[in-house]
Design a protein around this ligand. Sequence first.
Ligand code: DLL
Length: 432
Amino acid sequence: MYWNQKFECLPREALKNLQLERLKQTLERAYHNVPHYRNIMQQESIEPKDLESLEDLRKFPFTRKQDLRDNYPYGMFAVSLSEVVRIHSSSGTTGKPTVVGYTRNDLNTWSELMARALMSAGVQKEDVIQNAYGYGLFTGGLGVHYGAEKIGASIIPISGGNTKRQVMIMKDYESTILTCTPSYALFIAEVIKEMGLKPADLKLKAGLFGAEPWSENMRKEIEEKLEILAIDIYGLSEIIGPGVAVECKYKSGLHIMEDHFIVEVINPKTGEVLPTGEKGELVFTSLTKEALPIIRYRTGDISRIINEKCDCGRTSIKIGRIEGRTDDMIIIRGVNVFPSQIEHVLLEIEEVEPNYQIIVDREGQLDNLEVQVEVSEKTFFDEVKRLESLNKKIRNEIESLLGVSVRVKLVEPKTITRSEGKAKRVIDKRKI
Ligand code: DLL
């Protein structure tokens, strides 16, 4: 099902031509209206007119989150505030937030992309969407909201939190689609069970989950526990919000909305563009944005490009699931560790739940890695022997995958704090 078949299935040649034309306009817009872009291009002795082909994009300098911070709040805008009709921002963990603005046309584009994303997951006019992404400065809530209205589906703007009420509304209003972070979807599944309900008592059939890293095993858990199709949706506020890329029902990568964004994958250390298929940092360039044109934005997200024909008929290239971030990589005694690797191991083990936390600390000169994970309710907490062997099994598997020693702490069900938005998986207590 397509929202906009013409653009979603544009032949590659036509798509490339469109990208080139739009890229030229974007570079001009950025150069002439944003001092930051003009300065860095001048420093690198490059100008928009030096771009003759799409490949020439790699000659242009990157944009980093720090650039948005340095130009806080509105310095990266290419239009005056009188043309801006919406402002969002993302908090991040350190420093000033990143502020992003949208013109009326930008909002139309974003709604269009979200309409495509929702339809790619099978959403239709008749559907009732329970939108449990947070409404507010975060782009998740309003992003989904406008896309849903564009399609003409019924949207319930419930936002995150108050999980019992979520479940009551889900049942009584007969929600068919759930949109929220994957960790919150699992929490909702837990509360459904606690309230004595089963998936069959609900009308839910699919969900679009994103805004935080999750794994294939976590998808399996969500699909089994809620008896739905779970679709991965990706995006970031600096680029537009949710709707930069989304899976179709074949779940074999996330289709990039290539008529609006160009994606590159680079080596995060050298900045060099990597050949198709190699894993590296995603870099996006916007092609149609007016208020905040963005050139070669370094996302910090790690993935790879999948250039294969998709059975759904969309012609875009895809990216693989986000495998981690360049900045959430933890270095334990010199070994690079991604939380997603630990999640992968944990979710392969039947006796534990997908609720975990990774704690890094330092004793003297030595880094300690501790993984706290909840055992499932079926696993009796008083059977010491069984717990010991479970602990050992998890430890062995993590150690053989990562090559670093780890302490595993099994905790009782429901003791790890649940998140209603983005889950915080890693607590780094080291003071380095
Ligand atoms: O999280 C936008 C969004 C809302 C996407 C709702 C999907 C659904 P930010 O708050 O700016 O925007 O955070 C962006 O979240 O760089 C990734 O690290 C992470 N992220 C987003 N989607 C995914 C995903 C929104 N599907 C940052 N898988 C990004 C893994 C994701 N990580």
